[in-house]
Design a binder for this molecule. Structure first.
Ligand code: NAD
Ligand code: UDP
Length: 344
């Protein structure tokens, strides 16, 4: 198959592209490199060995309709995996129009061009953020969904847009994947997460403390009603998550699929302190902590019900937090400044 991957130079995208190549697919990546480096593409190509030649890269912004039209006119895609989007919650509160423009307009343009070229198979990156602060856990796909910030609202709107699109034209096949908390890196330590600026997410921040780029981790809230008072999340190894996309692609060829939603998580909840301690064990580094107030908008406990993905996608996460931390440290220690060397 030939798969178009939008946002394929990014964290989850690069790991998924590698798994696709290793599975024998041809991959075309479209990315504007807004939050990523072309080095990630080169490294994926190297890791794929002989199969690296099946990867091509186009620096295109999804909102550039003529450029996307040209690409679709030049070759046929069996399906699209759509990762491209901005994802920083805090930034989305400061710059909502930028988020609506990038995420919503980018997706609308993509869907229009796909439809015009008869490619109606889509896998989309949604997020557990649509569950908000769930009334109970684990979260099932049937839970009510909502959003508490512009980033989350773009995920919610795109999900709804996809459902409307399918209702209007039943020849679409769409799988919406609600990711829980992706962490870790490919076992080679050659690709991994490399956020620009101050990391918003827990593990990229912990990793930067471990390599000496930051002094201490600020723990957002220690008064939650959880085992140790800190927030609980469902951390999932990025390679497991990448494999979930291959399972979703396979599912698209099932005639019964219309517009479906699946959680991609492990079904296990881990607190901030448990995660820090697993990382300290894996890295041998002490992570100094500063206890602080809760972060506005954060939920107490979020983890996935994984039954539906296991049953219908025949996919289940293989790795636990120790392996996630081992692989994250392997990447961090080999690439303390991510894909780029420090400038000074
Ligand atoms: P990432 O920032 O590493 O990757 C996203 C990629 O999209 C980047 O390479 C960026 O340059 C590109 N991009 C952004 N806007 C674009 C545009 N208009 N045109 C072309 N390329 C564009 O993020 P990630 O962690 O790999 O996340 C991938 C997707 O999964 C995103 O949609 C994100 O919202 C979603 N998601 C991520 C998480 C997480 O914790 N990482 C959790 C749930 C959902
Ligand atoms: N967190 C923290 N310090 C940080 C970043 C995150 O204590 O610098 C906590 C956060 O409050 C939450 C957990 O770590 O309980 C996971 O946060 P992240 O932003 O990675 O994911 P999300 O909240 O989007 O699930």
């Amino acid at each position: 198959m030939t798969i178009l991957v939008t946002g394929g130079a990014g964290y989850i995208g690069s790991h998924t592209v590698l798994q696709l190549l290793m599975g024998g697919d041809k991959v075309v990546v479209v990315d504007n490199l807004d939050n990523s480096s072309e080095t990630a593409i080169k490294r994926v190509q190297e890791l794929a060995g002989e199969r690296g030649k099946n990867l091509t890269f186009h620096k295109i912004d999804l909102r550039d309709k003529p450029a996307l039209e040209k690409l679709f006119a030049s070759q046929k895609f069996n399906a699209v995996i759509h990762f491209a989007g901005l994802k920083a919650v805090g930034e989305s509160v400061q710059k909502p129009l930028m988020y609506y423009d990038n995420n919503l307009v980018g997706t609308i343009v993509l869907l229009e061009v796909m439809a015009a070229h008869g490619c109606k198979n889509l896998v989309f990156s949604s997020s557990a953020t649509v569950y908000g602060w769930p009334k109970k856990v684990p979260c099932t796909e049937e839970f009510p969904i909502g959003a508490t910030n512009p980033y989350g609202r773009t995920k919610l709107f795109i999900e709804e847009m996809c459902r409307d699109l399918y209702q209007s034209d039943k020849t679409w096949k769409i799988i919406l994947l609600r990711y829980f908390n992706p962490v870790g890196a490919h076992q080679s330590g050659y690709i991994g997460e490399d956020p620009r600026g101050i990391p918003n997410n827990l593990m990229p921040f912990v990793q930067q403390v471990a390599v000496g780029r930051r002094n201490a981790l600020t723990v957002f809230g220690s008064d939650y009603g959880t085992k140790d008072g800190t927030g609980v999340r469902d951390y999932i190894h990025v390679v497991d998550l990448a494999d979930g996309h291959l399972a979703a692609l396979a599912k698209l060829s099932d005639p019964s699929v219309g517009c479906e939603v699946y959680n991609l998580g492990t079904g296990k909840g881990t607190s901030v302190l448990e995660m820090v301690s697993a990382f300290e064990k894996a890295s041998g580094k002490k992570i100094p902590l500063v206890m602080a107030a809760r972060r506005p908008g954060d939920a107490e406990t979020v983890y996935a019900e994984t039954d539906k993905a296991e049953r219908e996608l025949k996919w289940k996460a293989k790795y636990g937090v120790d392996e996630m931390c081992r692989d994250q440290w392997n990447w961090a220690s080999k690439n303390p400044y991510g894909y780029e060397a420090p400038t000074k």
